[in-house]
Write a protein that binds this ligand. Structure first.
Ligand SMILES: NC(=O)C1=CN([C@@H]2O[C@H](COP(=O)(O)OP(=O)(O)OC[C@H]3O[C@@H](n4cnc5c(N)ncnc54)[C@H](O)[C@@H]3O)[C@@H](O)[C@H]2O)C=CC1
Ligand SMILES: O=C([O-])CC(=O)C(=O)O
Length: 360
């Protein structure tokens, strides 16, 4: 309604047609709607008091597309909610501190972001988190299917290659699964690929885009540097990157999480860069819901672009979640080899998640 009124008012102004009074009234319509806030949107963060949850609560409080922000954690939520709620932005903040309050936290949510669960310590793989995080994700998704079955879910908790399939199975069992609304957040892989590529190629970091496909662990993370694009002077710089450079950039992107885990030396994994990635992805979901055009991000989703049932690739976001899972484009020989090499591990992580959800 709002969009079609704006469109027809815009057309009337462009054409200058209609009765003599139509242009001023079109202007009034446009001015009225330009002054309206964006639609009401509720975002819930589960695990809001954690290393990612706290700064993510801050960034979502700063997001003008959010009108209600529900912060849930099993410990420490009241302090985080009180703190963030004093910021004078649009979103009304409420904190929920116990399992009995989880339903209230979720009810009416448009987007649920899940950074709940344990992070890695040096020497661990993401899969080593499975035993604890799988159960956490399963119980949170059971509550989502009960209290906000239509919400978009942004899964951050690791191992993402398994937690997303767990969520899908929980929703299927509850009869609420919508494959267009379940996303594994892999934005941090994209941030890393962009940053490392830009530094190597001597380009401004904000200028570069690199799709990252596959999954979110080790070799399942496959940056497509052959498709790197930059708005400045791209062609000549791309040619200057050797095969060895691309190989090293790929390895560094795949090991980016481990680089941070080791640097933090037992104090957890990436939180700040992850929060930035998580906020970009949630913002993209909200923009899509609100009807903004051309919103494309990489994400680990149900997919038929390879033989694997879940796969990360570029995804176009719209009013109903996923509008389109986009294809992989042309891959270099090195990337083709990487794609074949990642399939066995990704398949087994996906199957592990499905099995857990159905047996436990
Ligand atoms: N997808 C990605 O790219 C990334 C994923 N991660 C993952 O995000 C997760 C969270 O990491 P951090 O925030 O650093 O960990 P953290 O330990 O600092 O925070 C986790 C929070 O989850 C809460 N929690 C635990 N069980 C819960 C439950 N049943 N319901 C609600 N909250 C619960 C804890 O109380 C804690 O506040 C980890 O699994 C980590 O591996 C981390 C970085 C990047
Ligand atoms: O490496 C980890 O455990 C956390 C993570 O997923 C990342 O930083 O990409």
């Amino acid at each position: 309604m709002r969009a079609s009124l704006i469109r027809s008012a815009g057309n009337a102004l462009r054409k200058g047609s209609g009765s003599p009074s139509s242009a001023p009234s079109a202007r009034i319509i446009l001015r009225y709607y330009a002054s309206q806030p964006p639609p009401e949107r509720k975002v819930a963060i589960l695990g809001a008091a954690g290393g990612i949850g706290q700064p993510l609560s801050l960034l979502m409080k700063l997001n003008p597309l959010v009108s209600r922000l529900a912060l849930y954690d099993i410990a420490g939520t009241p302090g985080v909610a009180a703190d963030v709620s004093h910021i004078n932005t649009r979103a009304e903040v409420s904190g929920y501190a116990s399992e009995e309050q989880l339903g209230q936290a979720l009810e009416g949510s448009d987007v649920v972001i899940i950074p709940a669960g344990v992070p890695r310590k040096p020497g661990m793989t993401r899969d080593d988190l499975f035993n604890i995080n799988a159960g956490i994700v399963k119980s949170l998704c059971t509550a989502i299917s009960k209290y906000c079955p239509d919400a978009i879910v942004n899964m951050i908790s690791n191992p993402v290659n398994s937690t997303v399939p767990i969520a899908a199975e929980v929703f299927k069992k509850a009869g609420t699964y919508n494959e267009k609304k379940l996303f594994g957040v892999t934005t941090l892989d994209v941030l890393r690929a962009k940053t490392f590529y830009a530094a190597k190629a001597g380009l401004p970091a904000a200028d570069v885009n690199v799709p990252v496909i596959g999954g979110h662990a080790g070799i399942t993370i496959l940056p497509l540097f052959s498709q790197a694009i930059s708005s400045s002077d791209f062609q000549s710089r791309q040619e200057s990157l050797s095969h060895e450079d691309v190989r090293a950039l790929t390895k560094r992107t795949q090991d980016g999480g481990t680089e941070v885990v080791e640097a933090k030396a037992g104090k957890g994994s990436a939180t700040l860069s992850m929060t930035y990635g998580g906020s970009i992805f949630a913002d993209a979901c909200l923009k899509g819901l609100n009807g903004a055009p051309d919103i494309v991000e990489c994400s680990f989703v149900q997919s038929s672009i390879t033989e694997l049932p879940f796969f990360a690739s570029k995804v176009k976001l719209g009013r109903n979640g996923i509008d389109e899972v986009q294809g992989l484009g042309t891959l270099s020989d090195f990337e083709k080899e990487g794609l074949e090499n990642l399939k066995a591990e990704l398949k087994s992580s996906i199957e592990k998640g499905i099995k857990f959800a159905n047996e436990s």
